[in-house]
Design a protein around this ligand. Sequence first.
Ligand code: AHR
Length: 498
Amino acid sequence: MKKAKLILDKDYVISDIDRRVYGSFVEHLGRCVYTGIYEPGHPVSDGQGFRGDVLDLVRKLDLSVIRYPGGNYVSGFNWEDSVGPKEDRPKRLDLAWKTTETNEVGLHEFADWAGKAGTDIMYTVNLGTRGPADAQHLVEYANHKGGSAWSDLRRKNGAEEPFDIKLWCLGNEMDGPWQMGQKTAYEYGRIANEASKMMKWTDGRIETVACGSSNFLMPTFGEWEYTVLNECYDNVDYISLHRYYGNTEGDTADFLASSMDLDEFIRTVASICDAVKGRKHSKKRVDLSLDEWNVWYHSNSQDQDLYERKPWGTALPLLEDVYNFEDALLVGLILITILKNADRVKIACMAQLVNVIAPIMTRPGGGAWAQTIYWPLMQASTFGRGKSLLPQISCEKSDTKNYSGVPMVDAAAVLREDGSLVVFAVNRDLKEAAELSLDLRSFGGFTKASHSVLHHYDVKAANTEAEPDNVVPKELPADPKAESVILPAASWNVLVFS
Ligand code: AHR
């Protein structure tokens, strides 16, 4: 058996973990909203048409924030279409996903749903085809108490009290040629600055997120962040990062190493923020919002065919990745990476929540079930709140096709408010278990309370409606006195010490 060692000291704190790193994303895309969270007439839907089985699964994730309503969708979206009497709401062509949007679910309905799910909203404004004035109107509509045209319209539409949305994204992926209203970095930086300024003048309690590059590999990466922040640094609070990974080549070792790319991406963007801070001699720090992350590649080939068969359809099964066990391992490694960067990553949203590259799947008229990737997110959100500790890991390292020096074991540690300690650990080795010895030097008399493991002998194993419990975490007997723990080959582990 291979050996690894983890040293933790309660005085070596990376940062408090922001509750909003346990976030998700609901876009008007495919079946995320329609037949995902919302399906009137379904046997377990409530009076508003929200699926109770989906809400149950969402509540167990204990999400702190959900980004809405896009994504690429938002860059052609008129928010005014989504409020007022449902029968008067227009049907619109959504050019981002080549579908027809009915606007049956809009701001009021989503706010009600978010309340039922126990989560805050992170609302994205359209800075693609629209501009700062429209964004300001929306903040006034959503957050101003009353006595102005937009806030009184909200009250007339049935919401006497403001929605009090605290977190706002200033557009979506504005560097991408696929985006409606794509902009240069300078154009976007100026618009983001003006929009954010006017939105904050309307409600001084809100925070805003400027768009970073839509991924690490964009040709304009780096220069985009620097130019955008140079224009809007003083008026925004965060810059966004989006990152998706795939295993198109079927190389599991290389795929599992890709959380190292995320670590580098985070560190690089943080450095650019600090470079702009330095250049401006500013006292303020801009932090990071990783507001789209996940595995995304399984569904790529089937989507094109769907558009051809059902042009401008509604609730098309788009981006419906069926996740397997190795995807869950990478999701665990991504969560570990987020926790290890808790000093800079303050918001993180798994994209997305239901059906569309999602931890939860539904069948129209049928059941709802948890995909493999649901479990590490659920466990991190449940156990990973408190202070992130610096994990000092020594273990064997190896090289993969695209990464060198990949540690066999990666881990994050959380000191919780109740004084208990949680370690999340992944053993990347596909064949051999690892004996992880724990040096909890300054902690004194800790005992191991539990050890939960997510493991399957087949890395391609998935959960389905018929077999929803194929890949689920299992409790291992925890020896309270032992100073080491066995991490099975290819496993995600949650260790609780009390
Ligand atoms: O999450 C799916 C899509 O990925 C989003 O709409 C977009 O922002 C990103 O490119």
